[in-house]
Design a protein around this ligand. Structure first.
Ligand code: 4AD
Ligand code: MG
Length: 480
């Protein structure tokens, strides 16, 4: 007999059929009602056992956490809360779970803190919240590929090990197989990387952008979707040391086209999740509303999770230059009252997340795209404007998240790029190949990076980025 998934069984099309369902016991009440879940849906199926038919030794093993198989007839349910249930004829214990041990874990059916769930990341897939989050993460992944495929983009796998620092920020994890206790040295006492595996210094990638640009300057429309590593020591609810980034790169697109692409892409993925993850979203929506109610009134979201998602899909993002944003912030109440940790006193300062969140959550109350930032707070590859002091950068800011996308029109002019690299101490010897594309048929092109976990945070309403990736990597944490 082929296994029926819980989702299929609950779809209620095979009432009267003999089926077999396998899964993990959530609860077992009154020696009679098993709530069984196999991860195919947030909903459990109820299996009703007749304790006279089932062996005593088996009944004893039907505990929370145990893996079982249930065979029986799918029938219309008399009880409340479910439309169908299984009248169990046979129960087999596939993997038992000692109730004493289970009680010490997050499988024990009661409310646990997210901190505790993180410490037991190997078991948190078994909880409603995390199974919902990871099913939605999957749906969002599919939506990303579907969007680009439908729109004529090619997926490019860019390298994970690289010799360059794409962002020029020096936040890299080294890759080496030298003996750290006894590394080979050059005559002047420095580590001799010419004897390392790649015969040069290498690190884990901080972005696939530079390689994606090479591909875009031949295939026109490309995107990457891969792991990205940043050794920045920021212990926040928005930063991971290992995260997944989606980076489209398009030849012939200028910054306006780039903003259009980001907006249409974000809306597509959010709409896809709204359309395809109804049960999980409803569950997370309820959770979100409860969490918000526990917050002080000023910090509370005015909308439920589902309302927030619909509002992003249904409304245009506001587009605003950095200079305009600074004016709004300078004249804002919190700035005048000294409420910002970083006061906004003039043009040129980098925006902090408190500023981004003020613009999005208090001033405009919708996603905001900021563009034309001061050149000296942005990366070397962004196209210099004619004013000589701003670059064609753009950041998309989302409510509750802050920066979700960062991108730009690229500097396509060979001489300007070369000068900028020199001025910003970017080593030409590491990036000769990047510069070379500006010599052979260069053209206007643009792209951006979307932090996938920040998007999953937004669509699931989870407050901490560590709770939307199965095994988070953060300072001091690399368990599992
Ligand atoms: O703004 P960033 O640093 O831009 C780039 O890496 C460009 N090369 C992208 C491009 O133009 N192709 O990063 C892009 C996005 C951010 O907006 C943020 O959503 C996410 O990546 N991000 C992080 N997400 C989680 N943890 C971190 N430590 C992140 N750093 C950036
Ligand atoms: Mg950025």
């Amino acid at each position: 007999m082929a296994r029926t998934t819980v989702q299929e069984a609950l779809a209620n099309t095979s009432v009267g059929a003999e089926i077999e369902v396998k899964g993990w016991v959530r609860t077992f009440r009154s020696n009679r009602f098993i709530a069984l879940n196999d991860g195919s849906t947030i909903n459990n199926i109820q299996a009703v056992v007749d304790f006279e038919k089932i062996d005593e030794s088996i009944l004893k093993q039907i505990n929370t956490g145990a893996c079982i198989s249930v065979k029986g007839e799918l029938v219309q349910s008399m009880g409340k809360g479910q439309s169908v249930e299984i009248q169990a004829n046979a129960v087999e214990v596939l993997g038992s779970a000692d109730p004493e041990e289970v009680r010490k874990t997050i499988m024990q059916p009661k409310k646990h803190s997210l901190d505790l769930l993180r410490e037991q990341a190997h078991l948190r897939f078994r909880t409603n919240t995390f199974s919902a989050v990871f099913r939605i993460r999957h749906a969002a992944t599919i939506a990303v590929h579907e969007y680009f495929n439908k729109n004529g983009f090619y997926n490019i796998h860019t390298p994970i090990i690289t010799g360059s620092d794409a962002e020029g920020a020096g936040e890299m994890f080294k890759v080496t197989n030298l003996d750290l206790n006894n590394p080979p040295k050059t005559e002047d006492g420095a580590i001799d990387y010419s004897q390392d595996f790649f015969e040069k210094e290498t690190n884990l990638t901080v972005s696939g952008q530079l390689e994606a640009e090479l591909a875009a300057l031949a295939l026109s429309k490309v995107y990457t979707f891969g792991p990205t590593f940043r050794a920045e020591n920021s212990n926040t609810s928005r930063h991971l040391a290992e995260f997944w980034m989606i980076e489209p790169e398009v030849a012939f697109n200028d910054l306006d086209d780039n903003m259009d692409l980001a907006e249409s892409f974000l809306k597509y993925v959010i709409q896809y999740v709204l359309d395809n993850c109804k049960d999980d979203l409803e569950f997370l929506n309820e959770r979100f509303v409860k969490e918000e109610q526990a917050k002080p009134k000023l910090e509370r979201s005015e909308m439920s999770l589902i309302e927030k998602l619909n509002s992003v899909v249904d409304n245009n993002f506001v587009r605003l230059s950095y200079t305009e944003a600074i004016e709004i912030l300078r004249n804002s109440k919190p700035n005048k009252k000294g409420k910002f940790k970083f006061p906004v006193d003039g043009w040129g300062v980098d925006l902090q997340s408190e500023h981004e969140r003020y613009l999005v959550e208090k001033h405009f109350k919708c996603p905001v795209v900021l563009y034309d930032y001061p050149a000296n707070i942005k990366a070397f590859y962004m196209r210099l404007n004619d004013d000589g002091k701003t670059v064609r950068a753009m950041d998309v800011l989302f409510p509750g998240i802050g920066e979700i996308v960062g991108g730009s029109q690229r500097e396509e002019r060979y001489d300007v790029l070369k000068d900028k690299m020199a001025a910003m101490d970017i080593e030409e010897k590491e990036l000769w190949w990047y510069l070379e594309t500006r010599k052979f048929g260069t053209c206007v092109h643009s792209g951006f990076g979307l932090g996938f976990e920040r998007l999953v945070q937004f669509v699931t309403g989870m407050g901490n980025i560590r709770d939307v990736i199965p095994f988070p990597r953060t300072p001091g944490k690399a368990e599992f």
